[in-house]
Design a binder for this molecule. Structure first.
Ligand code: ADP
Length: 713
């Protein structure tokens, strides 16, 4: 029909002509994608076929918030080009009309409008597609002409044009979106390629969708790649798929370790594989893998762990050391402090704490003293720190006992502790309380002074003593000489005495025997007196002679073996007349253990005679017993009487020369007072001694102790 109508318009009627015109418009619009051309063709069609006098088409060209005039009919093209509808102005009548469901009418008197169709009323038809663009208008068609209501041709054309403009708009939007998508995709690629970590997007089976350049190096090989690289890539893909398939593909990211091979140099690599599953309702799920190279990190971690383990061992050792050190320094009674190179105290033992720390609730005074101690100590340590190369420092610090405020002078010895590199690590200081030492020094001085004085006195006394000794020595020599002279004199004199005495005794005896004629009783009595006095004198002289002989060392010893029993029998028979006269019982008890003796028989007899005659003399009545026994290789002969006895005060005196306890002229007993003195001397010569036990009125026991067998010296 269209072909016929085109070739032979005269043969077709009005209706057919109208249909043909419509077809031609449709055909044009189908063929053209030019928005302005389509709109122009449509408004012209309206002028030709629908009785429209003025028409203008505005459409959204690029900016969705505006419509521009794109075609006009019965208006100048310049005015058409200037026509703009601002869709953002929601109160504008044309904006309202654009949103309306159907045509709107605008009177010619409507002052709000400024359109190319000026001076006459017009209709506005919104141009839109029912199916596309969500029913939003993509253009406006303003028409004026005959009749108030736009006819069916106008409506048809508006619908057709609306459909066409909507399609063009949709296509334009699509191409805009494609362009934008392309730009975004390129941007995304450049971003993920800029990331140095391999990044991959795979489907859930592990098929690669997107990979960045770094991932491609690991997981794909170019066609000309070496066999080794190809194998490494294949191995990497296998390992990668294996980690993907291990474990379920749950939501959220998971971290795994992924060992791979570097396809370029074949070295081992270790990656951290961060897997996150992205779920898309339309595309399905895919997996994003981000690999982080932790090869160096792994080695560093191992090294770090090893170092950490060593560190902990070292730390434990140091802690042990420190503990031991603390035990040691705490067990030291002297305060010990350790300071760091800055001079701050880092360690101290208990004695140091009492000087340098303040406990809770301490008085102001205590706190002040501790601060003062601290200041003194710090200045001491800084001396060492500023002393350069000197490693030890010794000095005195005047501290104070914080509790009682007593001055406490201390000797401080500090030493530097250096590291292997010679760096100063600490200063150790030991304080030693000097109070006692100072007190001792003071006492020592005193003692020294006193000792000096004493020494001087001793020297003086010694000198004096030496002088006296010398004097005594001289006196002793003089005395010895005098004694020797005396003994000599006595010996001589005794001899000289004895000769005339013997003559007196001889002549007296002859006279008494009547050699010169018989004597009267009176004369005989006188002669007897002479005889007895002469005998006494002779006995005295004999005694003196004995003593002087002993003292002068001229009494000889005559040793012989003899029987003590025989000797005692002799003593008894010698004193028999006296015993008989005295009417005293004398008993002799001899032990049968008595051995044969070796000694000077005559002298032993002399001693025993003397002891027994004394006992007889000083025992007015009672008994006398003589006991001889053997004790510890010594012979003991005791002469015990029941006589007058001797007081303890006199017991030593009886052994002195010429000593008689009763020295009065009217004394009852005779004697020289030399007997016991001679006995003691003789006993001593024989290697023995005489002991005495006595009490006044209870008798006396004189005991002679002698060695059994005397050896000559
Ligand atoms: P005398 O020749 O006087 O006896 P002695 O030396 O033998 O000298 O004795 C000294 C004194 O010791 C005596 O005078 C006497 O006083 C005292 N004496 C000695 N033996 C005894 C004794 N057995 N009992 C009491 N007194 C004694």
């Amino acid at each position: 029909v269209v072909q016929v109508a085109r070739l032979r318009p005269e043969v077709v009627g009005d209706e057919v002509g109208s249909a043909v015109a419509r077809l031609e418009l449709v055909e044009f619009l189908l063929q053209s994608d030019d928005l302005a051309a389509c709109a122009q063709r449509a408004v012209e069609w309206l002028g030709d076929n629908a009785g429209v006098e003025q028409a203008i088409c505005a459409a959204v060209v690029t900016d969705a918030s505006r419509m521009h005039g794109v075609a006009g009919q019965g208006v100048s093209s310049a005015r058409t080009g200037e026509f703009v509808v601002d869709l953002a102005d929601l109160d504008h009548p044309l904006t309202v009309a654009a949103a309306a469901a159907g045509p709107s009418y605008f009177s010619a008197h409507d002052q709000r409008l400024l359109t190319p169709i000026s001076g006459s009323s017009f209709h506005n038809l919104p141009l839109r597609s029912r199916a596309l663009n969500g029913g939003t208008s993509v253009g406006l068609l303003l028409v004026s002409g005959r009749g108030r209501v736009p006819g069916p041709d106008v409506r048809w054309c508006a619908e057709l044009l609306g459909e066409k403009l909507a399609r063009l708009r949709a296509r334009q939007l699509l191409s805009d979106a494609e362009g934008r998508f392309g730009r975004e995709r390129r941007l995304l690629y450049s971003i993920i390629n800029a990331v140095t970590d391999p990044i991959m997007l795979t489907d859930t089976e592990g098929k690669l969708i997107i990979a960045n350049a770094r991932a491609e190096k690991l997981f794909s090989a170019p066609d000309d790649a070496t066999e080794g690289r190809r194998r490494a890539v294949a191995l990497n893909n296998m390992l990668f798929s294996a980690t993907l398939s291990s474990g379920s593909m749950g939501e959220g990211a998971r971290l795994r370790e992924l060992p791979l091979v570097d396809p370029i140099d074949g070295s081992d690599l270790l990656f951290e594989h961060l897997v996150s599953v992205v779920r898309d309702p339309r595309e399905g799920s895919c997996v994003v893998s981000i690999l982080r190279n932790v090869t160096d990190l792994g080695r560093a971690k191992e090294q770090l762990e090893e170092n950490y383990r060593k560190l902990r061992l070292a730390e434990a050792e140091v802690r042990g050391e420190r503990h031991r050190l603390e035990l040691i320094i705490d067990s030291v009674a002297d305060p010990i402090l350790v300071t760091d190179p800055a001079g701050d105290i880092v360690l101290m033992n208990t004695p140091a704490e009492t000087l340098f720390t303040v406990g809770p609730n301490q008085s102001d005074a205590v706190q002040r003293r501790v601060r003062a101690n601290d200041a003194h100590f710090s200045s001491f340590v800084s001396n060492l720190l500023f002393s350069g190369s000197q490693e030890r420092w010794r000095g005195e610090i005047g501290l104070v006992d914080p509790q009682v405020g007593k001055a406490m002078p201390v000797e401080a010895i500090a030493g530097k502790m250096l590291s292997e590199t010679g760096e100063l690590t600490a200063v150790v200081t030991i304080l030693h309380d000097r109070t006692e030492a100072q007190e001792n020094a003071r006492l020592y001085d005193q003692v020294k002074r006193a000792s000096g004085e004493l020494q001087a006195k001793v020297q003086d006394a010694t000198a004096e003593l030496a002088e006296q000794n010398e004097l005594l020595r001289r006196q002793a020599i003089e005395l010895e000489q005098a004694s020797a002279l005396k003994s000599q004199f006595l010996a001589n004199m005794s001899h000289e005495f004895r000769t005339p005495l013997n003559a007196i005794l001889g002549y007296t005896s002859m006279l008494v025997q009547g050699v010169a004629g018989s004597l009267s009783a009176h004369q005989k009595k006188g002669m007897n007196r002479v005889d007895s006095n002469a005998r006494h004198l002779l006995a005295l002289i004999n005694d003196i002679l004995d003593i002087t002989r002993i003292e002068a060392g001229r009494m000889p010893l005559h040793l012989s073996d003899f029987d003590l029993k025989d000797l005692l029998a002799e003593v008894m028979s010698e004193l028999e007349p006296i015993i008989a006269r005295s009417k005293i019982t004398v008993s002799v008890q001899l032990s049968n253990r008595l051995p044969e003796m070796r000694s000077d028989r005559k002298k032993v007899k002399q001693i025993l005679v003397n002891l027994l005659s004394n006992a007889l003399k000083f025992t007015p009545r009672g008994t006398i017993s003589i006991r001889a026994d053997m004790r510890a290789r010594r012979v003991e002969v005791a002469v015990a009487d029941t006589g007058i006895g001797i007081s303890p005060a006199d017991q030593e005196k009886v052994f002195e020369d010429f000593r008689q306890l009763d020295s009065s002229p009217a004394r009852a007993h005779g004697g020289t007072g030399l007997g016991l003195s001679i006995c003691r001397r003789l006993a001593s010569m024989l290697g023995g001694r005489i002991t005495l036990q006595s009490a006044p009125g209870q008798g006396s026991t004189f005991t002679l102790h002698l060695p059994c067998r005397l050896r000559r010296k």
